[in-house]
Structure formats: C-alpha cells, structure tokens
Design a protein around this ligand. Structure first.
Ligand code: ZN
Length: 472
C-alpha cells in the first residue's frame, strides 16, 4: 500500500510551502535560530537540565491556552511559529498532559495538526494570548445552550461541528461556496468556522492508498470517533473498520464510477455522474472531497450537479484519480464548481487535464465558461497556468490583429479571465487611445516557459458527449 505522508503540491507547483517528507528527526534537532518573546536573556547558556526557574515558568504557562503563539518542531525537524487552535487532554495523562492542535502560521491550513508538548519550545511562548480567540471560544461555549455538558478542557469538536453545520444549513447538500455564506449571519459563520477548525478524520484508505487528510469534513456523527475511514474506491461508501470494507468489496459489483463513460484514451477514462440519479454516490464524493478542500469550495445540492470523474483503468477496474463538478445550469456561466486531484495522483498533470476537459465541454456547448469563485490557492495557480498556456500558444501562432472576443470564441475562456491573464503578464498596452495586445515573440516564449508544461492532453476526438438536457 502506498502511503502519502505529506500533502504534495499540485502539478503546477504552488504555495512556496511544500513540506519535506515526514521524519522522526533522529536526534538531529535544531533549535529555532532566534529567540522570540519570552525567552530569558541567558537562554543560550542554560544547561540542559531544567533549572528551578524554568520549571516554575513551565508550571505557570501549562497547559497552554488556545491562542498561544509558540515555536513548534515540524516534520522537517526545524522550528516554525504556530498558533494553538485547540487542545485536548491526553487519554492516559495527568491533569496537565495535553496535546495541542496547531496552525503553522507560515503554511496553509491543510498542514494543521495535533502535536505533543515535547515538540513545542516553551522558551518561545508568547505570554500574551490572542484575546480575540479566547473571547470567541468562551462566548461560543456560553451561548450554545448545550444539553450535553462539555468538559471545559475536552471539547468534543467533531461532533459539535456536525451539529452546528446542520443547524446552520452547511451540511452536505446545502453547502455553497463563500458567496452563499453571505446569507448566514456573521455569528453563525464564526461558529461554523470555530467548529470546523480541527480535522476530524486523519487518514483514509482508498483503493491501494492510505492518504493523510487535509481538512475537516462533516461526516455523520457516528463516524467521528474514528481517526481512519475505509472507502470503497468504486461506489465511495465509507466504513469505520477494515473488515467491513472487506465484506463490502465481496458484494459491491461496481468496478468504475456509476454513470456514463464519456471519454476513453489509453488507460484514462472520464465518467459523467448525474447527482440526481446517483445521489448517494454524489454525497459520498462530497464527504471525501471535503477532506482535501478548504471550506471555500463546498457544495450546494448534489441534484443540481454533474460530476466528472477521471479514472486510471486497469484489469482491476477504473480507479478515481480526481474529479470536477459542474452545475447543470449556471447563470454566471460557471463551467466548474469544485476540482480535486487526490493526493497520491498529484503532480502528474491530472489537474491540468481536468481544467482542459471542462473547457472542452464548454466548447461543445458553444458557451464560454469560468470556474466558480473563490478559487483555492492551488486552484488559482492551476487556472493561471492553463490560461497562460492556451492564450499565448494562440498569440504565438497568430498573424495579424486579434481581439479578446476572438480569443474567447476560440478557447471558451471568459473574456474577463483573458483580460486579467494578459494584464497580469503585462501584455496589454494602451496605445493611441485604445487597449491592444502586445505579443513580442520573445516575451511570449518567456511566459510560456514560466507557465510550465501543459500536462496530459485532452484528445477531443475521444470525447463522446452531448450537453446536459433536463429530461421530462
Ligand atoms: Zn462499493
């Protein structure tokens, strides 16, 4: 079984915060290079054995409060600044033995994790706790009128998160992107954020892979006492125990996603799944996908969506590598709602393939399209790369004048996206009272090189598809 220890970057690189592989540091501990606030002036000469003073200090700051900022030893064996997001008492520990859920302030939220006290450099504790966080937590606890008594120091986060999501309509099937959040009042939204801040499921098994998750996903409460979930890679049903999955695999007769195979080229296949006809599959896919998508990209009602599932096929079946979803009807000309390449398959060009595929569908519909906003950090990078490659390839080959409208007609890329892409590359100039595209071949080559390779090509001749039409 392959094991994915670190969230890798997507095909197109990303966030300069790519983590190194997990390691146990082998005594190769390097202390933070700089002392931070709270460090005594003589820290460097402090002998390895604890002094009375440091013991006293430790006793006064432990357990650390939510909101505390401190340096934490990460998987690269170096110390990085973190903020304590949550804490919980250790199962077999003493009254002051806690684990801490931390956010590395330099990194994306997907790297948030539970850490042990020994990973924290207590000399670096900033003693001023983030007041706002404290207030928020306290006020939430006081206003929620919970029947279940919650231990002040052992908040059952996942369960509460599900309840809160449900109460404010953010549970699967009623989600929408941030745009939809505007309809929620600020307090509800804060509450939702507060209770989805800690990952609930740590790993999943899917086909041949065990995958570390990135974000919270609101699985039904009965699943939230499991750190690991087992997914059937074909119907995406999920289970709490390996034996349940083994029993399921004996009777599950799917060997590919439900729905129609609309593309096959070599070992790659694309299936179109109608969320209305395959509701359970659509919901399972959302639960799974949410583990790797931040709360910005969520779902509405699966009925209203088509899901395009990209698979690598072999003699055992068609194995999902990623997908994108698309609204059946979009007034904003969205041609893609959510996009995900599963971590084991990232950096292989599949993300680019999915984006290119979404535009091929738009071309067949005779419409221009654009991805739903907001895009995730990784999503935006993928799109910028795609737009740059497609547009500059045309400009390079084109002789004579070309307008943005013509570019849009040729590529199905929305005019606004063309304009912002060309502007960001400084290819639009203002001359004699009008905006013109300036395409010096050398400059184009330089930008194309920077945008990287295009990944796997979509072979349009292998796409057999007619645009969605409501039946009946
Ligand atoms: Zn199954």
């Amino acid at each position: 079984m392959g094991s994915i220890g670190t969230p890798p970057n997507p095909e197109n690189g990303s966030a300069s915060t790519s983590p190194p592989p997990a390691s146990n540091c082998d005594g190769d501990e390097r202390k933070p290079q700089q002392a931070t606030i709270g460090m005594p002036p003589n820290a460097e000469t402090t002998p390895p054995t604890e002094t009375e003073a440091s013991k006293k200090r430790k006793a006064s700051i432990l357990p650390l409060e939510v909101g505390t900022r401190v340096m934490c030893r990460w998987r690269d064996c170096k110390y990085h600044p973190v903020k304590v997001i949550e804490r919980r008492r250790m199962h077999f520990g003493g009254p002051n033995d806690y684990e801490y859920y931390v956010h590395y302030t330099e990194f994306n939220r997907r790297l948030d994790e539970w850490v042990k006290l020994e990973q924290l450099d207590l000399n670096s504790v900033e003693t001023v706790v983030d007041e706002k966080v404290e207030d928020k937590v306290t006020s939430l606890k006081m206003t929620r009128h919970q029947k279940r008594k919650i231990d002040e120091t052992h908040v059952e986060v996942p369960l509460d998160a599900y309840e809160i999501c449900r109460n404010i309509g953010l549970v699967l099937g009623y989600w929408r992107s941030d745009a939809g959040h505007e309809e929620l009042d600020a307090a509800s939204l804060r509450e939702h954020e507060e209770f989805t801040k800690v990952k609930n499921i740590a790993t999943i098994e899917l086909g041949r892979y065990e995958i570390e998750t990135w974000y919270f996903s609101p699985f039904p409460p009965e699943y939230n006492d499991s750190l690991k979930l087992y997914f059937c890679e074909f119907c995406l049903n999920f289970m709490k125990r390996k034996e349940q999955l083994q029993r399921h695999m004996k009777k599950c007769d799917l060997k590919h996603p439900p729905g129609d195979e609309i593309y096959r080229s070599g070992t790659l296949s694309m299936f179109e799944v109608d969320g209305k006809k395959n509701k359970v599959y659509g919901q399972n896919l959302c639960y799974l996908a949410k583990l790797f998508l931040d709360h910005k990209t969520l779902y509405y009602d699966v009925d209203l969506f088509l899901f395009y599932i990209l698979c690598e096929c072999d003699d055992r079946g068609c194995h999902m590598v990623g997908y994108f979803s698309k609204e059946k009807h979009s007034e904003e000309s969205y041609n893609l709602a959510c996009i995900l390449t599963l971590p084991p398959y990232q950096r292989k060009g599949y993300g680019k393939f999915l984006i290119a595929f979404s535009y091929e569908l738009s071309k067949k519909e005779g419409k221009v399209g654009t991805p739903e906003r907001p895009l995730s950090d990784l999503g935006l990078l993928s799109y910028r790369g795609y737009w740059t490659r497609v547009l500059l390839d045309i400009l390079k080959k084109h002789k004579g004048n070309i307008s943005i409208k013509e570019l849009s007609d040729m590529t199905a890329i929305k005019a606004e996206d063309i304009l912002t892409t060309l502007q960001s590359l400084e290819l639009i100039q203002y001359r004699k009272g009008q905006h013109v595209i300036c395409a010096d071949p050398k400059v184009l080559d330089r930008h194309l090189k920077a945008a990287g390779r295009g990944g796997l090509e979509v072979d349009v001749s292998k796409l057999i598809w007619t645009p969605y039409k409501e039946q009946g």
